[in-house]
Write a protein that binds this ligand. Structure first.
Ligand code: NAP
Length: 256
């Protein structure tokens, strides 16, 4: 009200990927509840690299747009550099720009990707400290595994990152005091394999018989672990909250 603008988020999509459409709808709903606007921009599947860049450039300078998300996947002919070559790092609320990734790595203030930020917020909420602990992050994607490992390292955990070529995963799981899994394979982490008293963040979200299912066999983990995030209802909703938080941070920055 003070600045006579309703700041909000722009969600840009190229084509009609159903998961992207679904995610954009969920963002619109949660932002609406918080009183923030979401502008969905859909470019045709046939859109050129130049058109997407022109759209991002337009949003970069619009005062009523505080944050910009470009939804993945993009068509094969457009690499991630199509976006990061033009996206204003100050509006990069998804934390994909090298400036934000670099600042995260250096432990400087930045936009942290919402999903790993949510994982850390859950640990903080329950007062679970990471200092000196063996933490295993399974998955190394740019939006979950990698940034999460940086965040845990910044909290002085001893971090191991596992991926599809990791050979001794069951042994690593058994040794870990904190396990964060972002793979997308239901039941991939066996409950009986987890250490007694382990803390588990399950980011996996795959559909099995129409039901959202995590990476960790939660039933097998019960009674064994100290804490585990459920799927659904664990890391997912907190991701949305973190995106909101990043957008509000962008609004504050833009308004000085
Ligand atoms: P992604 O880009 O497909 O990355 C998956 C990672 O899992 C890759 O690093 C891959 O290794 C690793 N992996 C695959 N098979 C493996 C194996 N057998 N052993 C060890 N690692 C293996 O996926 P993402 O975007 O990070 O998402 C991961 C999961 O999190 C998905 O289920 C997604 O739906 C979910 N997700 C949840 C949220 C949330 O809010 N909770 C947000 C985003 C994503 P390589 O790198 O070697 O291929």
């Amino acid at each position: 009200a003070r600045y006579s603008i309703l700041p909000g988020l722009a969600v840009v999509r190229v084509g009609q990927d159903p998961a992207s459409i679904n995610y954009a709808q969920r963002i619109t709903k949660s932002f609406g509840t918080a009183g923030l606007s979401v502008t969905e921009i859909e470019l045709p599947e046939s859109a050129s690299r130049a058109l997407l860049q022109a759209e991002i450039n337009r949003l970069n300078v619009l005062p009523e747009i505080s944050g910009i998300i470009v939804q993945m996947p993009l068509p094969d002919r457009m690499g991630l550099d199509t976006v990061i070559d033009v996206l204003d790092p100050q509006k990069d609320v998804d934390g994909i720009h090298p400036v934000n990734i670099g600042r995260l790595t250096l432990g400087l203030d930045c936009y942290v990707p919402a999903t790993p930020a949510g994982g850390m917020a859950i640990l903080d909420y329950y007062g679970i400290a990471l200092e000196g602990k063996n933490a295993l992050v399974i998955g190394r994607s740019g939006i979950v595994g990698r940034p999460l490992s940086q965040l845990m390292l910044a909290r002085n955990a001893t971090v191991t990152i596992a991926h599809s070529r990791t050979r001794n995963l069951p042994e690593l799981v058994a040794e870990a005091e904190v396990v964060a899994s972002a793979v997308g394979k239901p039941g991939f982490v066996r409950g009986a394999n987890l250490a007694e008293g382990a803390v588990v963040l399950d980011f996996g979200a795959a559909e099995v018989d129409g039901k959202m299912t995590g990476d960790v066999d939660a039933e097998g983990a019960m009674g064994r672990v100290a804490a585990i995030t459920p799927v659904p209802g664990g890391t997912g909703p907190v991701t949305n909250a973190m995106l909101l938080k990043n957008t509000i941070k962008a609004i504050k920055k833009a308004l000085g």
